[in-house]
Design a protein around this ligand. Sequence first.
Ligand code: FAD
Length: 484
Amino acid sequence: MKNKKEAVIIGAGPAGLTAGFELLKTQKFAVNIIEKDDQIGGLAKTVSYKNYKYDIGPHHYVTESKEIENWWKDIVKDEFIPLKRFTRIYYNRHFFLYPLEPINALLGLNIFESIRCVCSYFRYKIFPKKVASYEDWLTNRFGKRLFEIFFKSYTEKLWGIPCSQISADWAAQRIKNFSLGKAIFFAFFGKMFKKYTPRTILNEFYYPIHGSGSLWNKVGKKIINSTYGSINLNEQVVSVEHDNQKIVAVLTKSMLNENEASAQQLKRHEGDYFLSTMTLRNLILSMDPLPPSDVIFAAKQLICRALITINLIINQEHITPDHWIYIHEKNVQTIRIGNMNNFSMMLRPNKQHSAIILECFTFMGDPIWLKTDAELLDQAKNEVAKIGLVKKELVLDGMVLRAPDAYPIYEGNYKLYLNIVYDYLECFKNLKLMGRNGMHQYNNMDTAMISAMNAIKPFIEQEEISDAAILKNIITPREKFKQE
Ligand SMILES: Cc1cc2nc3c(=O)[nH]c(=O)nc-3n(C[C@H](O)[C@H](O)[C@H](O)COP(=O)(O)OP(=O)(O)OC[C@H]3O[C@@H](n4cnc5c(N)ncnc54)[C@H](O)[C@@H]3O)c2cc1C
């Protein structure tokens, strides 16, 4: 492509699409986005089934960055609805407010349990534990008993490892901007200072009226409608060729007709710059030539938790007022239920019905991952009835989605392995990592987008420097005459 530098982007999720869109704006780059899925949006996409719309777990749009909020608003305009978050924990057939409020939690428990919780709460307020894990962090905050009731089984089902092995970094990242002082101030004076109150404290968020993915579809359209932008769907990057500390090309295999011989012919995409949102593990294992064995070993330790969402159509107009319900019941696989009805009216064709999402976390290859869709739908029907939320006979239909790399796991020594991988990849100056799995960071959409904006900065700067150098070396006929 004449005069344009070719940027190859792996993945059309929020980070890949943001990077592509922003690079095109500079008019210095041609953008080639490669996506293995048959639609764009990554984990933030919305899938349609019989005209009922389901996110991969409902995605709410909330950020403390004005720049990101305005970016979203510029894309979706008046299709962005402000909502007030309502979320509860369902435990022992009782609803508890989420985030957990100790007084509300105690009122919902029996008197003996409440006394136990209060004693344990003060025990850890007076003598806090040294914080080495997620378990220690939560115990200090809520006391051991409240931790056991409201966090332990949920968190362990989510991550598939004991809370004592989960790094305290995860808690720190989830609530990184939390400040008790700020929270108390806005609780008392929030009404007076509503204009200045962060959305996260007001519990307000935005939602695109046609589903989370509708925002990313609009971004995708802008990219493919521009002269120098393209998105190649159903192509998986399987090899990353490099030479002399530069990435030269990526090779892709077609995800269509995977069994046919033609699909085995790899397609080559060359570029000047490369940006990756594929998992760090897969990126390292795709490098050609392969990295040293310690880097390969480190990358293999960076694993993700997989997610299965079972998406149901229910013959009932109203189930609960919640956006999400955290399910703290033992003996069920579901850990969270999202109620799409409460996000937007436009997500279901029949207003008498409800569209709900049951989330189950697992590792690929575990027995639940290997279940057929019919078995999972049956499981979902039984579980909504078992926890007493929906009668089995009201479940009309449903479908199953699987996300193999949904949650990057922060287990024990993950930081050590992450640094080994980062150090190795840093020597490739025309490669940048971004996004959730691309950096193995527990990013939400806004942080994934910020990482994309930061990733493209050095490439833009480099092109600006080259342009300035070219301009400096151009000698006009008048200057040439003067020199002679
Ligand atoms: C259940 C759940 C609920 C969430 N809720 C929220 C929420 O409410 N609000 C919020 O802000 N965030 C939420 N998130 C997080 C949000 O989904 C992510 O932050 C965001 O999608 C990250 O964007 P990304 O582009 O980095 O990664 P992804 O969305 O994962 O996109 C990466 C893309 O790369 C593609 N890809 C991977 N490997 C290859 C390859 N080898 N070749 C080609 N393509 C490849 C993938 O198919 C994917 O499309 C949630 C996540 C989950 C799992």
